[in-house]
Design a protein around this ligand. Structure first.
Ligand code: HEM
Length: 480
């Protein structure tokens, strides 16, 4: 009789990984080897060298990195009971006054999640289509102006104006209209937040609790300015609700729903909760969608034949319209959707996700105690030949085939730009609608090119991954 053998569990210490530098007796771990502006790429390069499961350290903290689709799926699904966002993340968000649905855990997270998910569901998006249409028209007008003036424009900045205008209308019922504003805008403050979050979460020690540098003081000022602005929005919303008491029974947006819930038994949200979640939605809704759009437009420039394929589809669906005029048009743009998916496969704005285990867990054959952070390389698994054929190629066809040909691999479980499981991104539908609206509007109305093709466009990691140097020129389409 053959004895059944089980593979031995490995300890974290037994995993391969980069050697710590001997600096300060090894106290900093691998910190000195990392350039945080390209943290995700460093982790992907280490996966090339050490395999899909390895370890490294940042100061006293150990981290296990996982680049295996199945193990990643387990971490994302087994929440909130086994895995949660890092305790340190909650602390850092809390210090800045935006510990809301993204950073909280347990029962606190559950009640916040319910209300955020409701505010972003399809029914609300359907009703919001006119607002989206008007904002997309403003973006079109902005690009018509720069086209007419033959002036380059900072693509990411334009798109962030768009996403902030959309999020504030949908979530708060307020039109910031930053697309048509020349003076100071909230994005100037929001811009400071993600890079500093990234810096603080990667720091080997929480230095800012003892000593604040200029960047830390700038962050404090930016956060303070955003808080003030949110408080004004909340006060205005309270006044609207006082004038129209029906809104307490039937709130029309996220902010009204949070304020109304305060009065409903068992669902009390404090003022701090309301401010924190308003801040969270602003942050979560701005960079992510704007940067995804920016990457997609960069791919429009890189692949002119695929841009033409998208344009042919958009022309035929839109008829005489210049922007998808009806909510239902958006569902009739499969090539545009394929373009968005392929963009997010190659350039997901969240290329890594980091979690804590709440008890000792076994993952990918490794015994991981609580306190060891678990880093999931979600971009890497979507770029591996075992999950997607010809992974480095930008192909629309892989998303348009009804079923993959027998010799093609198309593992959608390895495509996780919005995460998965109970904490997957509740803004996914909104983001996809925005992305399709803007890509369709652009293809219908404009030609786009890099303002200076000799300047390389690079990936910059600062909590999300954005393109650098994306200055572009627009030209109005010839026959308009
Ligand atoms: C292309 C655009 C976007 C991408 C790629 C994206 C990606 C993500 C990812 C990867 C997560 C973590 C998911 C997980 O832990 O499983 C997340 C969470 C979240 N996203 Fe998004 N997101 C986008 C747009 C938005 C928008 C437009 C909003 C709202 C206005 C939003 C709100 C949130 C919130 C509130 C969470 C936290 C959910 C929770 O912890 O329960 N996101 N997003």
């Amino acid at each position: 009789m053959n004895a059944v053998t089980f593979p031995e569990l490995k300890s974290v210490a037994a995993l391969p990984g980069p050697k710590s530098w001997p600096l300060v007796g090894g106290l900093l771990g691998n910190f000195p080897q990392i350039n945080f502006a390209e943290f995700h790429r460093q982790l992907e390069r280490w996966a090339d060298a050490y395999g899909p499961t390895y370890r490294f350290s940042l100061g006293p903290r150990s981290l296990v990195v996982i680049a295996d689709a199945e193990a990643i799926g387990v971490v994302l699904r087994e929440r909130p009971h086994l895995f949660g966002r890092r305790a340190e993340l909650e602390r850092v968000f809390d210090e800045l006054g935006f510990n809301g649905v993204f950073s909280s855990d347990g029962e606190d997270w559950k009640r916040q999640r319910k209300i955020v998910a409701m505010a972003l569901n399809s029914a609300h998006l359907h009703k919001f289509h006119d607002g989206l249409l008007a904002t997309t028209e403003r973006l079109r007008q902005r690009w018509l102006e720069v086209a007419k003036a033959d002036r380059p424009t900072d693509l990411c900045a334009d798109l962030m104006r768009y996403t902030v205008d959309v999020t504030t209308q949908l979530a708060f019922g307020i039109d910031f209209n930053t697309l048509e504003t020349d003076g100071p805008i909230i994005q100037q403050h929001l811009d400071k937040v993600f890079p500093m979050l990234s810096k603080r979460l990667g720091a080997p020690f929480p230095y800012w609790r003892h000593l604040k540098f200029r960047a830390d003081r700038e962050l404090d000022r930016a956060v303070d300015a955003i808080h003030q602005q949110i408080k004004v929005i909340i006060n205005e919303c309270r006044q609207r609700m006082a004038a129209n008491p029906g809104l307490h029974q039937e709130p029309t947006n996220f902010l009204e729903a949070m304020i109304a819930a305060k009065e409903t038994e068992g669902l009390a949200f404090s003022d701090d909760d309301i401010i924190a979640n308003s801040f969270t939605l602003l942050l979560a809704g701005e960079d992510t969608t704007a940067n995804t759009l920016a990457w997609a437009i960069k791919f429009f420039i890189d692949y002119p034949e695929l841009f033409r394929q998208v344009r042919t589809e958009v022309d035929s669906v839109l008829g005489a319209e210049l922007i998808p005029a009806h909510f239902t048009d958006i569902a009739r743009l499969p090539a545009v959707e394929a373009f968005a998916n392929e963009t997010m496969r190659l350039k997901p704005v969240a290329p890594i996700l980091v979690f804590d285990a709440k008890e000792t867990v076994t993952l990918a054959g490794v015994e991981i105690p609580p306190g060891v952070a678990i880093v999931l390389l979600t971009r890497r698994i979507a770029n591996r030949p075992e999950n997607f054929s010809a992974p480095a190629q930008f192909q629309l066809s892989r998303w348009l085939e009804k079923a993959p040909a027998p010799d093609r691999v198309h593992n959608t479980k390895a495509f996780l730009p919005f995460g998965t499981g109970p904490r997957f991104c509740p803004g996914r539908n909104l983001a996809l609608v925005e992305i399709k609206m803007v890509l369709a509007m652009l293809a219908r109305n404009f030609e786009v090119a890099l303002a200076d093709p000799s300047v390389p466009v690079e990936e910059l990691f600062a909590f999300t991954m954005s393109p650098t140097n994306l200055n572009v020129k627009f030209k109005s389409r010839a026959h308009f």
